[in-house]
Write a protein that binds this ligand. Structure first.
Ligand SMILES: O=C(O)CCC(=O)C(=O)O
Ligand SMILES: [Fe+2]
Length: 236
């Protein structure tokens, strides 16, 4: 049995509508508790990863993250293969709304071929660990010329019992205005799909472009683990 059977049971049309409208959507019960625990255990298994980043060193925040290497663990490939085609119609509608001459391919394999053609050969899914005092500064995960405008993060442990603080923060900036913050603390096993860089919002004179960033507020106690699923590959 697949670890992500739960994905099929969701109403993806509603999820798609929500992402189109708000720029994000939370999908609950994607990973069962065992799978989350196994992924956390795997944090110590150096054979799974291509690169470890101590976030303080780059002033990205405080915490550690590790990029998985190809071939990805099955759970991650399954999530990518399942979710990508659900997001392509939204991504293409966004590009159309914003009059951008970009069409994303229906298949992830074709997106990866485009990445290869641009020198982006390396896997981007990652696992992140933050202890007390840990945080992730607001950013966008673009790894080269080819990028898909949405990504996902899976919450591997629970806000409350496992850690406090460490909220997932998104900011949304519309032209000529200050940023709006959206703060979430999704439960263990859930998946948040969100905008990587920008999306359209309909105004009086057509669509305008809003820029989004994401990060994590300071963890006050405990340890917080997440897994990031990005669809495009990276140059380094
Ligand atoms: O730890 C988090 O919730 C944020 C992770 C993140 O920045 C990402 O997956 O791109
Ligand atoms: Fe990120």
């Amino acid at each position: 049995m697949s670890t992500i059977d739960g994905l099929n049971t969701h109403d993806w049309v509603s999820v798609q509508k929500e992402i189109y409208k708000k720029g994000y959507a939370l999908v609950e019960n994607v990973l069962n508790s065992n799978t989350c625990d196994q992924l956390i255990e795997g944090f110590q298994d150096s054979t799974l990863y291509r690169k470890t980043v101590e976030m303080e060193r780059y002033r990205f925040g405080s915490g550690t993250y590790k990029y998985f290497k190809y071939p990805l663990p099955e759970t991650i490939s399954e999530i990518r293969e399942f979710v990508y085609p659900k997001l392509v119609p939204i991504a293409n509608q966004w590009m159309k709304d914003l009059k951008k001459d970009v069409i994303f391919p229906d298949s992830l394999a074709v997106l990866h071929q485009q990445c290869i053609d641009h020198g982006q050969l390396l896997a981007t899914p990652l696992i992140l660990k933050y202890g007390a005092g840990g945080y992730n500064t607001l950013h966008q995960d673009l790894y080269g010329e080819v990028y898909f405008p949405m990504q996902a993060v899976l919450f591997l442990n629970d806000y409350g019992p496992d850690y406090t603080g460490g909220e997932f923060v998104m900011t949304q900036q519309v032209p000529r205005a200050q940023s709006k913050a959206i703060v979430l603390h999704p439960p263990k096993g859930s998946m948040l799909i969100f905008t990587t860089n920008y999306r359209p919002i309909k105004g009086k004179k057509g669509f305008y472009r809003v820029s989004m960033r994401h990060g994590v507020s300071e963890v006050r106690s405990g340890e917080r683990y997440t897994m990031g699923v990005i669809f495009h590959d990276a140059t380094s």
